[in-house]
Ligand binder design. Structure first.
Ligand SMILES: [Zn+2]
Length: 442
């Protein structure tokens, strides 16, 4: 680590605590403020204050001056594609609707392998890990995040341990086999995403492993933030409204943080976009918390929560512990942006997916359907002005023909653990053993 700390001085960013205002040199791993005070999300403070896309860098790295980059990745990165759809705009009666598309649609230039914004997170998080680190990145995930990190770590030969419930394995299919640097542990039996998180936390305490950090990782948030940067570059100004479906809310927080940088720049307007974030009824804890007008997240009964999650079509929006109350979290960004929480039920979501298919010819995932359904409702209910500039974040979309043209290889987990094996004394040894033969630095 000493070597890493020596080299941080030249980075174009520092890590800032919004509570005690401490500025820290980034060693690539900081997730929390070292000073004792109430929890908060650390932010990135870039030396470049003006929005300046780098025309020579592809995909997400076009926005490298506002990404916490410590190393250059070797693979070619994809990015967001922002465009206007004449057909969809006509159907909705919204002349100034723009779509920020994070998916796989080669005709449009969208080439995110996981077909979701999770690729953006993975690119940004990995480029924040110092070149000469000697640890293994640990990523617990329900599905899409695992797919994105597995793919990008594989491309760049970054050692990585993915822990995923068996139900998420269907997302782990790639056009090429994974590099041996990437190991996948699958949880079977009565296990879920929270067991994956618990195991990841235990493993990351071991020597040689470190946790990715989720929403606490500034790389993740600034990676998703490039969605807004791409949109503003296309539109020429900040949108009035931003629509996205949320599970944890990291996307909403990230876009708000990027919007604040753009407002400070001054070229794109002075008003922060109103965040119109959404969830899939009946699992709507953030919606319920926001409309009860309080900072605390409503308590979610574990059994009721699990049942509600089973009922929603947008299963990726099922986070039971979202960063809602934390300083700089969902409550704060909704308040600062004068935003709102909206909901769509399954039927409305399915109709929205069909509407997108009819107008664009692209199949979108249910989470994107939730966002579109709530936009449709907000327009019908006259909650928003039809002439407003609206940005709709469509994450999780794949043009059907692209899917047919690609041959996907399903991932074979390196280790499967059921609920009993999860806590067995030898489990951690088995996890360590996965890396012993393939990674010299371990
Ligand atoms: Zn602090």
């Amino acid at each position: 680590m000493t070597e890493n700390l020596k080299s941080v001085i030249t980075y174009q960013h520092k890590i800032k605590c919004p509570i005690c205002q401490t500025q820290l040199d980034d060693n690539g791993f900081i997730l929390e403020c070292p000073t004792q005070h109430e929890p908060t999300l650390l932010t990135t403070n870039y030396s470049t204050k003006q929005f300046k896309p780098d025309e020579h860098s592809p995909g997400i790295f076009r926005y490298r001056s506002w990404l916490p980059i410590i190393r250059n990745l070797t693979s070619r990165a994809g990015g967001t594609v922002t465009y206007q759809s004449q057909k969809l705009n006509q159907r909705l009666g919204l002349p100034n609707l723009w779509i920020a598309f994070n998916g796989y649609w080669s005709e449009k230039g969208a080439t995110l392998e996981s077909a979701t914004f999770k690729d953006l997170e993975a690119y940004a998080v990995l480029s924040r890990i110092p070149d000469k680190h000697d640890g293994i990145l640990v990523v617990p995930s329900a599905g899409n995040t695992a797919a994105a990190f597995a793919h990008v770590c594989s491309q760049n030969q970054v050692p990585c341990l993915i822990i995923i419930p068996q139900s998420g394995l269907g997302k782990m299919q790639f056009s090429q086999p994974l590099d041996p640097y990437v190991k996948v542990v699958s949880l079977t039996g009565f296990t879920d995403y929270y067991d994956a998180i618990a195991l990841a936390n235990r493993v990351s305490q071991l020597n040689g492993f470190f946790i990715e950090g989720g929403v606490k990782n500034v790389g993740r948030r600034d990676g998703i933030g490039t969605t807004l940067l791409n949109a503003v570059e296309q539109i020429g100004q900040l949108p009035d409204y931003y629509f996205q479906a949320i599970g944890s809310g990291a996307g909403g927080i990230a876009v708000h943080e990027a919007a604040k940088r753009l407002v400070a720049d001054g070229q794109f307007g002075q008003k922060l976009p109103r965040l119109m974030l959404s969830q899939n009824f009946p699992f709507v804890p953030i919606y319920n918390s926001w409309h009860s007008k309080r900072r605390e997240l409503v308590s979610i009964d574990s059994q009721i929560g699990k049942k509600q999650i089973q009922q929603i079509v947008a299963d990726v929006l099922s986070n039971r512990q979202p960063p809602y109350s934390v300083k700089g979290g969902v409550f704060d960004v909704l308040t600062e942006s004068q935003g709102d929480m909206l909901i769509a039920n399954n039927l409305q979501t399915i109709r929205a997916i069909e509407l997108f298919k009819e107008t664009e010819g692209v199949h979108i995932e249910p989470a994107a359907g939730v966002a579109l359904a709530t936009l449709h409702k907000a327009v019908t209910d006259e909650q928003i002005d039809r002439t407003a500039i609206i940005l709709l974040h469509i994450t999780g979309g794949r043009w059907h023909q692209d899917q047919l043209n690609q041959r996907f290889i399903p991932v074979e987990p390196s280790l499967c653990l059921d609920e009993q094996a999860l806590f067995a004394p030898e489990t951690l040894e088995k996890v360590i053993g996965l890396f012993g033969s393939t990674i010299k630095s371990c």
